[in-house]
Design a protein around this ligand. Structure first.
Ligand SMILES: *Cc1c(COP(=O)(O)O)cnc(C)c1O
Length: 388
């Protein structure tokens, strides 16, 4: 091909699932019944009342025209009301809520609003790859903040060099965390706010897993902490909360000026989420939330089956209080890639190597709880036979 890709694409790290996809295809070609615990995509269908709300909304001609760039007024109102009920946040739906075409869209566009070439974003590692790639696309550089077991997978702000902090424009955080399953509390968020204010940095908190808490644990919003709304925004998603990954719907909340920057980028790139999808989103947010309680219970049971099995195998694993990920240490002396390959080739179990999320993820693999507890039990049985 006579066309070379732009440097921003050449600068991207290799696609996380590429090698695994290749191995998976190889194993499947041999006729192995593969159990996929790789990708973080809920296996359960979207609750029927949400699907019905879309069916109804799709028939309305007024929804067939361009939506409002920053979202349907009614959806933003309903998102604000949900945040009031859930986190006791008082948000102005017209300036402090923006509809997103999935939270990934908002996160990916966010640096375009605030990063100039050469600017720094503080990016956790291991992490969801979008924080780094979006920073690159905006011409910025990531300063990586390692998430280590010894710090409960929270970034160590004291380890960030002062000259880097002075150059930083955005600090990304994500709790409950993908891939580590770690959670954060108010004391941590207070430190984040103080750091961000000291160095004049925008905090972008990815709260995609805010509703996936177990054993009665309910993750808080970063914006609940005093001062957070002066410097921060938070990305929410209906994807995991209501099994709606295919629908592409989320919203950002927080500081109005910061959201205005994001809105300006979006107005020049996309033309908003389909109004009928937003109407279905209203049905989801305004529902009695019993589908969420049921989902929590389902994942709790799955988590217990897997974590117990892994511990019986002698592996070191923390039972996550949130997210649908189990972050498990590899057996002594085995790399993430080697352990992932072994589980796939010898047990037909797909997992994700921790190193794929960033170098400090080496020594871990990630299991996603995206199959039934019966299938998980089968996966455990097969893995036990490996005699690790
Ligand atoms: C799944 C996920 C999202 C959600 O993305 P959507 O675009 O809303 O589907 C965001 N952040 C993280 C860390 C995720 O794992």
């Amino acid at each position: 091909m006579p066309f070379s890709k732009a440097q921003r694409l050449q600068a991207l790290p290799p696609y996380l699932f590429k090698e695994i996809d290749r191995l998976k295809a190889e194993v499947m070609a041999k006729g192995v019944d593969v159990i996929n615990l790789g990708v973080g995509d809920p296996d359960q269908p979207t609750p029927a009342f949400i699907v019905e709300a879309l069916q109804e909304a799709a028939t309305k001609p007024e929804h067939h025209q361009y939506p409002a760039y920053s979202g349907m007024g009614a959806f933003r109102k309903s998102a604000a009301a949900w945040c009031k009920r859930r986190f006791d946040l008082d948000l102005d739906p017209s300036t402090e809520v923006v509809t997103l075409i999935g939270s990934k869209e908002g996160i990916a566009h966010f640096p375009l609003a605030f990063i100039n070439p050469g600017d720094v974003a503080l990016v956790p590692t291991p992490a969801y790859p979008v924080y780094h790639s979006a920073t690159l696309f905006a011409g910025g550089t990531s300063h990586f903040m390692p998430l280590l077991a010894e710090n409960k997978f929270l970034p160590d702000l004291n380890a960030i060099p002062v000259d880097i902090a002075q150059k930083a424009k955005i600090l990304f955080i994500n709790y409950p965390n993908n891939p580590t399953g770690a959670t954060a509390d108010g004391a941590f968020y207070e430190k984040i706010v103080a750091f961000a204010k000291k160095y004049n940095i925008i905090v972008a908190h990815d709260a995609a897993y805010s509703e996936m808490g177990y054993d009665g644990y309910r993750p808080m919003s970063f914006l609940e902490v005093p001062g957070a709304r002066d410097i921060g925004v938070e990305f929410h998603s209906l994807s995991k909360t209501f099994n709606m990954t295919g629908w592409r719907l989320g919203f950002a909340i927080g500081n109005a000026e910061i959201l205005d920057g994001l809105g300006q980028v979006k107005a020049n790139i996309d033309s908003g989420a389909f109004n009928a999808v937003q109407e279905a989103g209203i049905a989801a947010l305004e529902s009695d939330q019993s589908s969420i309680t049921a989902m929590q219970k389902l994942y709790e049971e799955r988590r217990d089956v897997l974590v117990e099995g892994l511990r019986e195998m002698g592996l070191t694993v923390t039972s996550p209080k949130a997210t649908f990920y189990v972050w498990c240490q590899t057996p002594k002396g085995m790399t993430s890639a080697a352990f992932t390959a072994l589980l796939l080739q010898q047990a037909g179990v797909v997992t994700t190597p921790g190193s794929g999320f960033g170098e400090p993820g080496e020594g871990y693999i990630r299991f996603a709880l995206t199959v039934s507890k019966e299938r998980l039990a089968t996966a455990v049985e097969r893995m036990k036979k490996l005699g690790i």
